[in-house]
Structure formats: C-alpha cells, structure tokens
Design a protein around this ligand. Structure first.
Ligand code: GLU
Length: 470
C-alpha cells in the first residue's frame, strides 16, 4: 500500500488570495514538507459565473512570492468535465443520484412556501419520485436538468476530524446537493470528491466553513465505495472584536499586503501562527523552521484573531533583521517614486541604517528619511527657539567648528557638545532643541552625533546657515 501523504490546496479563482487561503495553502504545504509528502495545487474553476480573468496568474505569482511551491499541478477542473460526468452517470446508474428538472421558478416558489411555513429552506426532493417515463418525457421535450445526490433521509453520519474530534450530522439536515449543473459543469462538491479520490489525497486540510460540506462528500465516498480521507478543519479567522474576519479585499488580500510593504517572510510567519503554535512561546519562524516544526496536532479549535497591529510589529522585526544593503536595494523604488535623489550611496546607506529602526512597513521609509534629503519644513516649529540669541551664537560656533573637520565623527560631535556648554553656558533643552530643529526639523528625535554623521559636514553647515539667514 502506498501510504505517502498527499495534500492539496484547491482555490477557486474568483479574485484575490484571502489571508485565510494563504493559511490553508501554507498548512498543506508545511504538512507535506514535514512528512515528505506531495503538495498538489488544484484550480477549482468549474463555477464559470464566478470566474475572474487573471485570478489564476495572480494566485500562482503570489504563492511563488511567499515561497509556497507545489509538487504537482496546477490541475484545472474545467479541463476534466468528462471525468465528473462519468462519475455522475455511475451515481445515476447505482440509484445514488437523480435528474431534477425543476426550473428556477419552481425552486423559488418552493422556497417561498417553506419560508412562509417556517420550515427549513432546502430542496424538497420532489424529482426523486419521477418515473422513468416522466424523466424520458422531460428529456425529449429538451427540458434542462441538474443531477442531484440522493441523500439518505434517515439516521445520521459521523466522521472524525483531527482538529475538531467527532462530528455528527443528521442526514435529514442535508440537502439533495446538485452535483452536475444544467450547463454540464460539476458543482464544487462532486468535482472536489472525484479529484481528491483520483489524486490520491490522504488529508484534507481546509477552513472550518467547509465542515458542513463533509456529509455530502462522505455520501459520495460511500456511494463510490472509496476510502475517506483524513479531515482537518482549520479554526475560523476572526477580527480583534471576535467577528468573522472581513471579506473586504483591501483588508485581507495577500496581494494587497505585499503592495502595502509587508515582507513575504513576515506574512508567512504571522499567518503560520493563526491556529497553529509551537507549544512554547517562540514566535519567530522562517519557512524552513516551520517545515520542520509544523504538525496538525498543534492546531487549536478556537478561532484565531487576525491582529493587524501584531502583523505590523512582526513586519518591523523582519525589516530590522535584513542586512542594510539588501533592505536599501528593496527600498530604492520608494525613493524614486518620491523623487528623492539617493545617488550618494554612502549617505543613502547611513539613512537606511538609521530609519529602518523606525518603520514597520516599507513605504514608511520616506517619512523617516526625507528630512535628510529635503529642505526642512520649520513652519510648525517654535521660532522663538531658533531666533534666540544664544541659539544663534551656538549655530555660528558649530559652523566654525564643523568647517574645520571634514568628517565629523561621533566622538568629535560629542566633544563639541561639551565644549558648547563650557563656552556658551547652554545645556539640556536649550542646547538640544535648537540643534535638532536645525538639523532634523523637530525638537525631539535622534541624538546629535547620529544626525551629523548622516548629514555630513557640508549639509550640516548648510542647515545651520539657513537658520541664521531666517
Ligand atoms: N474551492 C474551495 C475553496 O475555494 C476548496 C474547498 C476545499 O478545500 O475543499 O476554498
């Protein structure tokens, strides 16, 4: 027997990749890596009405960027309709499915009546009872039909879920699910079960919202006489207020997170912790480490809160972990966009090295570094500080001292600070606020040696002179 683990990620290409989808893909991928299994990518594109042009390309690209690589596929369900039809015929032949000729109008009327009578709204199975002759007549008349599962009407079905334990459903709560639509395409339910079987999927790891589909799927497995896979349904993703995580694209699309300046490594690390934990308080994991540590046994049942603030914080840690040269390369596009001249490579690296401590998202780099490149905006500054006589004397003193030193290093500047106190009698706020305003545009911020090290001799002198000219 081949007991090699085979898992799949089976997205429907209806737009963007939701963070929940990223988590499902990641857990399947990690589970396969950890167990030396196979990870298959399957595109569930049989719902032609919801198909979005370009969605598959974007999905493949995003998975590639975040480092989730499939071993087999992508397999497109839309290219396999004959296979699903073959199995639908088998269900019909075996009496496990039936043709349903109900029109949209019929169905709406039925639902209206069910609602009016406070009954559960669900297909009532009226076409189950059509005779062979009636079916034939409908077909000859060219009436369109769907194929529905003949779900048992008594007893219940139960199955084990690795994460949730035993799950039980009464059959009478399960609708006679449409398996083949009138356009000949299968529904998700049939295509999913047929493919999971044909592809030898051993474990189905997916979001909790699919639990209610399991009875329909198990009905199909049992009708075909196939082995059932192991199920693992992942806990819901929640907003911090414990409501179900937003579906609004800008808030949850992985593509948008990447555009907003989240690093793929940080996203993967954060998403890995939405349901799974390592059993201790470690939080930083590279994808390689996750491949070694991941296990289904360490996934909890409780909903996992998607906390954007925490993700941002983690992204900041990842930014700071990057070597300055690599980060500087990544950030160039933001400077080009902001029309900031970064041709002085030495200064640019110093700026990045300084500003990376202060950002959590890549685009924030501009607001943390433009003061080193652009004329300072002092319109909101306290001008009494700048115009103060002692401040002016201090600026002049610094111009003179800096002029004599081409490369004012930190030691030189620290000494200069001390000398300023001795010579002009200024210290504390009276010393630091004017200097910082002159060099950085704000009273509070980094220390003076650091600022001068970044700006260099010429630019520092220029900034003091500009204030004296005010
Ligand atoms: N196509 C389904 C989705 O969009 C797949 C569900 C499953 O994994 O069975 O999530």
């Amino acid at each position: 027997m081949n007991d090699k683990i085979r898992v799949r990620f089976a997205p429907s290409p209806t737009g963007y990749l939701h963070v929940g989808g990223l988590r499902t893909a990641l857990y399947n991928y990690l589970f396969a890596c950890k167990n030396d299994g196979t990870f298959i990518l399957r595109i569930e594109d049989t719902d032609r009405k919801r198909y979005v042009e370009g969605a598959v390309e974007s999905l493949l690209n995003t998975l590639d960027i975040v480092g989730i690589h499939h071993d087999e596929g992508p397999v497109y369900q839309s290219e396999r309709t004959e296979l699903y039809q073959k199995y639908a015929r088998k269900l019909l032949d075996d009496g496990n499915a039936y043709k349903c000729f109900c029109t949209q109008d019929d169905l709406e009327k039925m639902r209206g009546e069910q609602r009016a009578n406070n009954r559960d709204v669900r297909y009532d199975g009226r076409c189950r009872h059509l005779t062979e002759k009636e079916v034939q007549k409908n077909i000859e008349a060219g009436n369109p039909y769907v194929i529905r599962a003949k779900i048992p009407q008594e007893d219940s079905v139960s199955f084990d879920d690795v994460i949730r334990g035993e799950i039980k459903f009464a059959w009478k709560m399960v609708e006679d699910q449409v398996l083949i639509k009138s356009d000949g395409y299968p529904t998700y339910h049939l295509a999913c079960v047929v493919d999971d079987h044909e592809m030898g999927i051993t474990h189905i790891i997916r979001g909790e919202e699919w639990v209610t589909s399991c009875p329909k799927h198990i009905f199909l497995y049992r009708s075909f006489g196939w082995d059932e896979p192991v199920y693992a349904h992942l806990p819901l993703l929640l907003n911090p207020d414990k409501s179900k995580l937003s579906k609004r694209q800008g808030d949850v699309a992985v593509e948008d997170f990447l555009k907003k300046g989240y690093l793929p490594e940080a996203l993967v690390n954060y998403v890995a912790l939405l349901g799974w934990n390592p059993g201790d308080d470690r939080e930083m994991f590279s994808i390689d480490e996750l491949q070694k540590e991941f296990s289904l046994a360490r996934i909890g049942k409780a909903g996992a809160v998607f906390d954007l603030e925490k993700l941002k914080w983690m992204n900041g840690l990842y930014i700071r972990q990057l070597p300055t040269e690599i980060l500087a390369e990544k950030l160039k596009t933001y400077f080009i966009e902001a029309k900031i001249d970064i041709s002085d490579e030495g200064k640019y690296l110093k700026v990045i090295n300084f500003a990376k401590e202060r950002i959590n998202l890549l685009p924030e780099i501009i607001e943390q570094s433009e003061m080193f490149y652009r004329d300072l905006d002092l319109s909101k500054a306290d001008h009494s500080i700048i115009r103060d006589e002692t401040s002016k004397q201090m600026f002049q003193y610094w111009i003179d001292e800096l002029s004599a030193n081409a490369e004012p290093d930190s030691e030189f500047v620290s000494t200069l600070v001390k000398k300023t106190t001795e010579k002009l009698g200024v210290k504390g706020k009276k010393l630091y606020f004017p200097l910082r305003l002159a060099l950085y545009g704000k009273e509070h911020g980094p220390n003076i040696p650091q600022l001068i090290a970044i700006l260099g001799q010429d630019e520092s002198i220029k900034r003091f002179e500009q204030l004296l000219e005010l």
